[in-house]
Ligand binder design. Sequence first.
Ligand code: CDP
Length: 783
Amino acid sequence: MFKTTPEVGGMGHPIKRKEDLRFIQGKGNYVDDVNLPGMVYGQLVRSPYAHAKIVSINTEKAKAVPGVLAIITGEDLAKAGLAWMPTLSGDKQMVLATGKVLFQAQEVAFVVAEDRYTAADAAELVEVEYEELPVLVDPKKAQDPGAPILREDREEKSNHIFHWEVGDKQATSKAIADAPVKAKVNAFFQRCHPAPLETCGCVADFNRATGRLTVYLTSQAPHAHRTLFALVGGIPENNIRVISPDIGGGFGNKVPIYPGYVCAIVASLTTGIPVKWIETRSENLMSTGFARDYHMEAEIAADKDGKMKALRVKTLADHGAFNAAAQPTKFPAGLFSICTGNYDLKDAFCEVDGVYTNKAPGGIAYRCSFRVTEAAYLIERAVDVLAQELKMDPVELRRKNFIASNKFPYKSPLGWEYDSGDYEKNLKLALDKIGYDALRKEQQEKRKKGELMGIGISTFVEIVGAGPAHTFDIAGIKMFDSAEIRIHPTGKAICRMGTKSQGQGHETTYAQIVAQELGIPAADVTVEEGDTDTAPYGLGTYASRSTPTSGAATAIAARKIREKARKIAAYLLEASEQDLEWEPGKFYVKGSPTKAKTIQEIAFAAYTNHPPDVEAGLEAVDYYNPPNLTFPFGTYICVVDIDKGTGEIKVRRFLAVDDCGNIINPMIVEGQIHGGLAEGLAIAFMQQIDYDENGNVQGGTFMDYLLPTAVETPNWETDKTVTPSPHHPFGAKGIGESPNVGSPAAFVNAVVDALAHLGVKHIDMPVTPWKVWNILKEKGRTG
Ligand code: CDP
């Protein structure tokens, strides 16, 4: 059933040339390119303080500026019952502040003007008087008796949001207490930001004559956003159309609903004029969904020979001022409980506490399946610390503890059922390809000469493709996804999806799935996403779920079409349906290959000459509810050289051997891996949204929040193994997020490995030259 051509092109009618990749991205069809007649512009006024009482807001001077049409404040929204909005995590968030502000850059007022320059100038003239309040920055102090209570709107007078635990606490504690060898690591996965190329924004266009609201939105989940607008705003859902055109990258940043969207919609509803709101880069970095900010502690228990027994994880999650994490309802810490990784442990226990601080809200799944990156980083760091404790090679320790390939489906002690895996095969390919033994010898020799070289390994597993719908929902909406395929009379097709590409190449790969299943050339298949008036309902694209869900739906919808095509072919060939054989592109009579009807001939007949008892047309829709998640995995190996004089880290080599099951398009998969590795490198070495003691953001521009350029980015080496998912219709697993999930540990493990002989066990990210140099200085090794 599975047919992939791994070398070039992939599934279906192969895409052989790079020129044939159909990225719609880059055509200049972004939200900021939407310019409607009479359109006006919105600008948010934001708080300079992290925690302060709003004493007064004076808008008189701003209103007097020629060209200013309206100014909306929190009090105005409160009158309409819209001052607060629900978040995707069951909390609520201020749209525009009333009473007080809770983080720097919080939205306080919205100025609407004829052009964006006037709006920006007028926003400066809105006078807000604040009275500063004590600021809570450190999440570890959130529950101290003297800590200021941030969310006075809540019944519960504490900064604690949730406690979540999974696993067997007692058995794990006993196993750890009894174990002869223990390793512990405290690892902080710093607050970082997806920083997509295009910031968030929208154009809200309410037509008073028709009562229709059209919102052009930077949305990774247009249908879910439409439903939430209908539920919160009270507009009938059939009167709302959300169009998500090209969105220059999403990475989870474009899953939540932001105050700017709501303000633009309210402004358009009240004025009847289209209103555009596009945030600046600093607004994006300072106020929209951040990622990570997990303070994690892991303890592993093992025998003296390195057999791992148990894992205990305790985490403090900083969610900022509002719990606006985008994640399935039943999982307040996302899928963090994948933290036992690909190791066969008997006992495990994992607990997470979430708290409020005076920081921007969020906790979004930045290129990861809801906290999987944090989990993979933690276990892969902890295993290296254990290897150090045991004085054992980290490869040997991993091998000793892998879930064996004959143990799948494997039930983890934290409740997941891993669908398939062959970790040993994947690791072996990586070791052979990088020349691991020779690298270790080289390292020994370099150490003798006082030079610093490190080899970092990360053998991670992911968990992607949410649903299944019985366990997974977002804001109550079950997590399935969809595809609708229509075959036109001339055999060309249109495929409409519930997902939404942000540059991942869905336009190419979904067409390839149709080609594989129906034999219609990919070039004859148009793929459309992002318009709620035309696409079937879906939950959107994030958490590498498109291939496991909508990819599966595409195959199933195509198979439904094939079954109808069989009936039409039997009628045309005057044969019984059972006597027909299928090969991609045609049905033929068993034993008589020339007695055949192509899919194009069948499509024409579906509208011109179909059997009397079969209805006209050739189309199908599928809403696919995955039976399980898929579990992609990989081995990443990083080789670094460190300059003793400056602490500068040079990534000499980086090899990524991924396994995402059967591949639709190897070139796209390769591109996904390159991009994700560049992000992983940036997180490991360069990026952090930090705050000073007053809650001032330290990473609010690209001067402070660094993006990797071609100078820092090494040449990525890639390879793959293929372990198909047994439950996915064509054996595929997601890939988009693996490189971001798997790579931070490989980078950090490499640097720690370079310094391990000096007694270094852990360095928190971002691992900067400054941090490394200070360690070397402390050890007297800078010379
Ligand atoms: O949900 P998202 O599109 O971000 O992630 P994905 O499902 O991992 O897919 C990323 C891109 O890689 C899409 O264009 C997929 O069709 C493609 N892909 C593939 O060609 N083969 C796979 N086994 C997995 C993904």
